[in-house]
Design a protein. Structure first.
Length: 176
């Protein structure tokens, strides 16, 4: 028996391709939606400066609390350290917002005081020095992994922390 269809694809005609193609085209939107749902992007990683901003806020609160209980000779230095670390937190928060393309929120949130925290003894100068040392080390390690302004910002913050605990609060044992 002779094959009535002379095409090399045996039974596949233009009409069959167009009809089948029309049905297939109707499925493309469904496939597109399914592939988008299955292939969602992972959530963005947190900005590495977020931890630095949290350290700055913590150091500021710690120095402010230590200033309230410190001898009068040390209180101004601790107050200045608290203010400086507060400015660091603001600068870091603004940079995080800038990179994220969001308006910067320069409002600070006060941490709630619990009864157990109120009963705890106030932080000492040594506590502030230890926190500043840790913050300086953290910023020093992170700065080389960043570029441009962000690296410079962290380098400046690290230098400020080192200056605070070596010059403003030299031994961390004064007044104790």
């Amino acid at each position: 028996m002779l094959n009535p269809d002379p095409s090399p694809f045996g039974g596949l005609t233009r009409r069959r391709v167009l009809v089948a193609g029309g049905r297939g085209l109707a499925l493309f939107p469904l496939l597109g939606a399914a592939s988008t749902a299955c292939g969602t992007n992972p959530p963005p990683e947190p900005d590495p400066l977020e931890q630095q901003a949290e350290l700055a806020r913590h150091d500021s609160e710690l120095a402010a609390a230590a200033a309230k209980a410190a001898p009068p000779a040390l209180a101004p230095a601790l107050t200045e350290v608290a203010a400086e670390r507060g400015r660091h937190a603001t600068a870091l928060t603004e940079e995080i917002a800038r990179v994220a393309g969001k308006p910067s929120a320069t409002t600070t949130t006060a941490s709630p005081t619990t009864t157990s925290a109120a009963a705890a003894p106030p932080p000492t100068v040594a506590d502030v020095v230890a926190a500043l040392r840790s913050s300086a080390d953290s910023a020093t390690k992170l700065a080389p992994t960043l570029a441009g302004y962000r690296a410079g910002l962290l380098g400046s913050i690290a230098a400020s922390c080192v200056t605070a605990y070596t010059v403003a609060l030299p031994s961390g044992k004064a007044g104790q």
